[in-house]
Design a protein. Sequence first.
Length: 287
Amino acid sequence: MNLKDFFNQANKEHWAIGHFNVSNLELLKAVVEAAKEGGSPVMIGTSEGEREWLGLKSAVGLVKAYKEDWPNIFLNADHTKSAEVAFDAVDAGYDSIHFDGSTLSLKENIDETRRAVRYAKSKNKDISVEGELGYLKGDSQLTNKKIAITPDDYTKPEEALKFVNETGVDRLAIVIGNIHGINSDEPELDFEILEAIRKIVPKHVSLVLHAGSGIPDVDIKKAISLGISNVHISTELRVLFRDGLEKQLKDNPKEYALYRLEKEVVGSIKELIREKMRLFGCIGKVH
Ligand code: G3H
Ligand code: ZN
């Protein structure tokens, strides 16, 4: 099954595919092993910064190698801010593109997203393309910041319909109170807006909830029941990796073969991913 098939299944059965960001082999290993052990499809995200660090070819090559063992993993070029950078990811062999034109005007966002969709589909008929509408604030960091969001930042249902019709995206990232990172206040999701968006946007377009870190489990569950079929998580993995590694280094001052210390850290990240997968309802969905 390709990514679109899994999204069709998820939309029909009301569960969500997990999307986990990685910037190194350790995080990638944790995601792939958790997905394989859980019998789940999974998306592996690399933001522009993460894929610059990994290298486009290396990211594609690593995922290709892991696919031999568990084919249900899909590499996404997350938060791609320009069409040209999206083209590079398509050419490198990514399975999915997230074109993020959310800082552009609606017209420019539509024009640039459409350009990314056309290019991607002309090169790979199985590729899945996501667009974004609304002002999604914050960074994938642990902070004490208070991030204020206003109703104007939210995705507007009428604009969402126009956007998906005119761009041809397969997925739409929406803003309903979600904020990237773990910040001082717990994010509060506006479920009425989610319902209105799901009602107006055609069923074949999947709705994506970014900024999943820090959103209470009950709210994630409710969002999935109302039509979210893809949830992004990054900050929680970053925090666990950094804190876990720091503890290992402190506890083992004479160990220089770092992979030995990383084993335990990867194990705890895998456990977190498994918990998220249980929450998303995607365990055992690969038959
Ligand atoms: O695209 C990445 C995600 O939206 C990650 O958000 O760091 O809040 O989990 P997060
Ligand atoms: Zn995001």
